[in-house]
Design a protein around this ligand. Structure first.
Ligand code: DX5
Ligand code: ZN
Length: 329
């Protein structure tokens, strides 16, 4: 059972928590749940109002819906919830805040956009609440299908269109990131993500990026073992696990990368616990509303979504809504 020191100080009543198994998975991954204070824990007021917030170290965000429960027998009430994992104290009254969002950000890849109306598509994404854009750069050489997407000129136009509030990364699927990253920095990206398989001296690249005020990311192909990145993980702002072979949008998700994601999650969590950098964990390829919750469970901070967000079936907002809904627990 998680350790709940703060709750012992509350004068009245409580509590139960971890209502759905996915919440428990988050708890298990991120360590003990801490309940405290009016907005970050469980508290009961003098009146009929009480609320329950479950907070883990990854800060699950509660949303506004509340479901009041007036149990004649609180224990019965609790046992009617299959996923309640613990409770203690004398329970008099519970309002169960039953919707929580798994804390994973979504960033669009624009590869499936109609480039003639790219500006409008990006506006629609920003209007729908997107705060991070993922720009997939391919040079006609490095990816297996030898395709070309776009380069710094288009990224510069996107930056000018969205202003400085939106975070932009560029995912460089190119042979010479070490020689050309500065062009992307000058185009206005906040972060350069380069492939570990395509860079000779990654620590040097990180240091050059940081000197220029650009964040550094390292990406691993689905078959690339995780070991190579661990030595410089403390200096990375982001590590990206590819869940498709780089080259195009719309491919099928490779679930076997889950093990690698878990190893990285643990390494990053222990790095953060020891006062180190809060390196972000990203996944890219084949993410849609049917598997977004799965990768959020693995501990991914940011998921790149291309064809699941920009397609002919629905608007960006509708697609984003359905992904967000899939992250409700
Ligand atoms: C693959 C790219 C991805 C990809 C995402 O080479 O890096 O960003 O296009 O698109 P979906 O979500 O359609 O797999
Ligand atoms: Zn990408």
């Amino acid at each position: 059972m998680p350790n709940l020191p703060e709750v012992r100080g509350l004068t009245s009543v409580f509590t139960f928590a971890m209502v759905i198994s996915r919440s428990w998975a988050i708890c298990e991954r991120t360590g003990p749940t801490i309940l405290h204070g009016p907005h970050q824990g469980a508290q009961k007021s003098a009146s009929t109002h009480s609320s329950l917030f479950v907070v883990t170290s990854k800060s699950v965000s509660p949303v506004s819906t509340t479901l009041p429960i007036i149990p004649p027998n609180p224990i019965d009430c609790l046992s009617s919830y299959q996923h309640v994992c613990f409770w203690f104290g004398q329970i008099e009254w519970i309002e169960y805040q039953h919707h929580f969002l798994m804390n994973m950000e979504i960033t669009p890849s624009i590869l499936t956009a109609d480039f003639c109306s790219l500006g409008e598509t990006i506006d629609a994404a920003v209007d729908a609440g997107i705060g991070w854009l993922h720009m997939d750069v391919m040079d006609g050489n490095w990816v297996i299908n030898r395709t070309i997407t776009f380069g710094p000129a288009l990224i510069k136009s996107v930056r000018e269109r969205v202003g400085n509030e939106i975070f932009i990364d560029c995912h460089l699927m190119i042979t010479n990131a070490e020689e050309t990253w500065e062009q992307y920095a000058n185009a206005g990206v906040d972060m350069v993500i380069a492939h570990i398989e395509a860079v000779n001296d990654f620590p040097k690249l990180i240091s050059e990026l940081h000197t220029s005020g650009v964040q550094s990311g390292c990406v691993l192909n689905p078959d690339t073992p995780v070991d190579g990145v661990l030595s410089f993980l403390p200096d990375l702002d982001l590590v990206l696990v590819m869940s498709v072979v780089p080259g195009k949008g719309g491919q099928s998700f490779i679930p076997e990368v889950g093990e690698k994601v878990r190893v990285l999650r643990e390494a990053i969590d222990s790095q953060i616990e020891n006062g180190g950098r809060e390196t972000k964990l990203m996944i890219d390829g084949g993410i849609k509303d049917h598997n977004a919750a799965l990768v959020a469970d693995w501990g991914v901070d940011i998921a790149v979504v291309g064809s699941g967000l920009i397609n002919n079936q629905a608007t960006v907002r509708e697609n984003l809504d359905s992904i967000t809904k899939s992250l409700e627990i």
